[in-house]
Design a protein around this ligand. Structure first.
Ligand code: ZN
Length: 273
């Protein structure tokens, strides 16, 4: 069974031997969040384009968004009701609207499927399925991070997009410790980075880290969660691998992601421990 957010924090803190990483006195004394029934609701919108229908069908049949939502609703108290919507947006994207709604666009899945098939034309349907599921889960937790930053008025001492990626890394590692999900997200950004062939066309101005950077960040967090298991595959000088100089910091990075997000979310847990 998946660990609760509080237990995860304790494990991460023990691993890092950080002092003061556990509950602060203020947190211990603080009243638990007011019990309320606010929650995330999932809504699947019908697409108008027939080619998007299969994504709706698969998302509904797999129930992975419902499963994660059930987990998050069990763990966290929300100040308002919010929703996670799958829909057609006219663009390959996922986003938090700054009010009460997170969205995952069918176009993002369609584009990701197309790109994956170009890279791996001989892969079976099961690998593509896991790849797309990984991207759905990453989008879910990345957008949830934006929602939580705003709804809980959390401090963002750094790049908010990077912080959102790190919540996703933390949650996906807890969900699937072998790193398959996160490795797929890293692969997604490697594929995206392969389109960045003209250095002048790369969106350096964008608030997101560039694709090549996000690819190696996710690789770092896969490796950092279990260095012994992944060293041979993920550390080296081949494309997609981590140079030793970054690799040696990844275990600390992965643990810090978990400890930092765990600490930020602790006051908002439904059950204070
Ligand atoms: Zn974002």
């Amino acid at each position: 069974m998946r660990k609760t957010i509080t237990v995860v924090v304790a494990v991460a803190c023990a691993a890092l031997l950080l002092t003061g990483c556990g509950k602060t006195k203020a947190a211990k004394d603080a009243a638990p969040p007011a019990a309320n029934s606010n929650k995330i609701t999932v809504r699947y919108e019908n697409p108008t384009k027939p080619e998007h229908q299969k994504y709706l069908n698969e998302l509904k049949a797999k129930s992975l968004i419902d499963r994660e939502t059930e987990y998050v609703n069990r763990e966290l108290v929300f100040p308002i009701n919010i929703s996670f919507v799958t829909k057609e947006c006219g663009v390959a994207n996922a986003y938090w609207d700054g009010k009460s709604e997170m969205s995952l666009c069918y176009e993002l899945l369609a584009k990701s499927e197309q790109d994956y098939k170009k890279w791996f034309p001989n892969d079976g349907a099961d690998k593509l399925e896991t790849y797309l599921e990984s991207l759905v889960l990453d989008a879910y937790y990345h957008e949830l991070a934006h929602a939580l930053h705003q709804l809980y008025d959390l401090p963002v001492a750094g790049n908010a997009e990077d912080a959102a990626d790190r919540l996703s890394a933390y949650m996906l590692t807890e969900l699937e410790p072998d790193g398959v999900l996160l490795a797929n997200v890293a692969l997604h950004y490697h594929i995206e980075a392969s389109h960045d062939t003209d250095i002048k066309q790369i969106a350096w101005y964008d608030e997101h880290p560039v694709n090549a950077q996000r690819a190696l960040n996710y690789t770092c967090w896969v490796y950092g969660a279990n260095p012994a298991k992944h060293a041979a595959a993920l550390v080296g000088d081949q494309p997609g691998q981590l140079p030793q100089a970054r690799a040696e910091k990844c275990e600390f990075e992965a643990a810090t992601n978990a400890a930092s997000w765990g600490k930020l979310l602790q006051p908002h847990l439904r059950v204070q421990k």
